[in-house]
Design a protein around this ligand. Structure first.
Ligand SMILES: NC(=O)c1ccc[n+]([C@@H]2O[C@H](COP(=O)([O-])OP(=O)(O)OC[C@H]3O[C@@H](n4cnc5c(N)ncnc54)[C@H](O)[C@@H]3O)[C@@H](O)[C@H]2O)c1
Length: 438
């Protein structure tokens, strides 16, 4: 079976490499020449654990190819996935420019039946727009080429993307014809053999499922942040409350960790887009509006705690930031809480020294020389007054606190945005965390 995947970013590249691993012949397409050139030279443009070996193995086996020219592969494939970006538009709705560009190219050049599958996260109704765009191009050409559209939203998590793709909780596929269903069944057969659930449904439900899933997860995070803030006021410990409720099988223990707000390329934009979809349909998503506003406030919590601790006398202070990516296991800094924190620190006249195991290049691209880049967590804390623990990388878990305390200014502070450390281990470094009352 031959397929093309258009958009070779976090989703497109991981999906492409994984489908190839399952024996499918995959061509990954991207308009970004630099990205495709580096992939052709064996260099992976993003950080995702084990992706380099997976890509190399499948390129070597002749099942994974890269090109900038979608037109050149259209005659050879049965399915075209679209995994291009859907960034937020100015008003918060999903910008469908890239999705519709791909549809247009397909309509201009297909000569035989294909299923055009949207893997990008797109609002309900997008498949209809994709279909209309392709049909309009076919009409312009004056030809009749049969095609179908389908929706196959992706649920992988950056940092665990390969496992998520290969061992998914479920695969959701929205179709509107038997022929498309048959092809998608053939594609996912290796997974069905392993008893993974492939759930077929209508296209609008599939499109909505992705937004509902991300919005539910964002809701859990904001809910726990709200509970954590109240715990501080009433003298409770959110870590205990989390364990107390997480053991309830109706609630479950995942996504109950309070912190410095959700970030990344998906939750913020998907929550916004769903609120917008509701507005466009005359409905008010009150819960999600609150989820968003709690999150905005929570992104400032680390700075607020630090500033309050020093009664606002923080100008000129040197501080260390541990972790820059929006979560461990990725170099992705889109909407990362670290950026909100660093901007507040710089605005207050602090000097920032930061370290992240994989996101340093990405940070340099975004923050330039406004901060200094340390070579490890020990280098970051030299002469610093405070440490901000922002991304819970495993390698930060058991630092030598004695060495750290000695290299910092007198009366140092650790602001733990992930509630990972405990005051007892800190050698008299003052400990501030989330959701623990006095
Ligand atoms: N990143 C995630 O964890 C994740 C998870 C699930 C779903 N999604 C969704 O998947 C989609 C892609 O996300 P991503 O993080 O992989 O984005 P990304 O920005 O990493 O990659 C998108 C790629 O599409 C390419 N592109 C844009 N227009 C193109 C065109 N006309 N032809 C060919 N290539 C084109 C870009 O150059 C870029 O390389 C988004 O809708 C996102 O919401 C992302």
């Amino acid at each position: 079976m031959r397929i093309a995947i258009v958009g070779t970013g976090y989703v497109g590249l991981v999906s492409g490499a994984c489908f190839a691993e399952l024996g499918i012949d995959v061509t990954c397409v991207d308009v970004n020449e630099q990205k495709i050139n580096s992939l052709l030279q064996g260099v992976i443009p993003i950080y995702e654990p084990n992706l380099d070996a997976l890509v190399a193995r499948n390129v070597q086996a002749g099942r994974l190819h890269f090109t900038t020219d979608l037109v050149s592969v259209l005659d050879d494939v049965e399915i075209v996935f679209s995994a291009v970006g859907t960034p937020p538009d100015e008003d918060g709705s999903a910008d469908l420019r890239y999705v519709l560009e791909v549809a247009k190219t397909i309509g201009q050049h297909i000569n035989h039946y294909v299923v055009v599958v949207t893997k990008s996260t797109v609002p309900v109704g997008t498949a209809k727009k994709v279909k209309a765009t392709i049909q309009a191009e076919l009409d312009k050409r004056g030809v009749q080429v049969p095609f179908d559209v389908a929706s196959n939203p992706e649920f992988l998590k950056e940092g665990d993307a390969i496992d998520d793709f290969m061992k998914p909780d479920r695969v959701v596929v929205g179709v509107e014809s038997e022929q498309a269903k048959e092809l998608m069944t053939k594609l996912y057969k290796p997974m069905m053999l392993n008893n993974f659930r492939v759930i077929f449904m209508d296209i609008p439900s599939a499109e909505m499922t992705k937004y509902a899933a991300n919005s539910m997860l964002a809701t859990r995070i904001s809910f726990m942040n709200d509970i954590a803030n109240l715990c501080e006021l009433v003298g409770a410990d959110v870590n205990m409350v989390r364990k107390g409720i997480g053991t309830d099988s109706r609630i479950g223990n995942k996504f109950l960790y309070p912190g410095c707000g959700y970030g990344g390329s998906c939750f913020p934009k998907d929550v916004k887009a769903l609120i917008k979809t509701a507005q466009q349909n005359g409905y008010d998503m009150q819960v999600l509006q609150a989820v968003e506003s709690v999150n905005e406030q929570q992104k400032n919590i680390l700075f607020r705690k630090f500033s309050q601790h020093f009664q606002g006398n923080i100008q000129g202070m040197k501080v260390a930031v541990w972790g820059l990516s929006f979560k461990p296991g990725t170099d992705d800094m889109r909407e990362a809480p670290s950026l909100v924190l660093i901007r507040s620190l710089l605005q207050a006249g602090c000097r920032v020294s930061a370290y992240d195991p994989v996101a340093m290049n990405e940070a340099k691209r975004i923050l330039g020389d406004s901060i200094t880049y340390a070579k490890d967590i020990y280098d970051a804390v030299l002469d610093a007054q405070a440490i901000f623990h922002v991304t819970e990388w495993k390698e930060f878990r058991i630092p030598n606190w004695e060495v750290i305390k000695r290299s910092m200014q007198p009366n140092p502070v650790l602001v733990d945005g992930r509630n990972v450390f405990s005051p007892e281990e800190l050698h008299d470094i003052t400990y501030l965390c989330i959701g623990k009352g006095e």
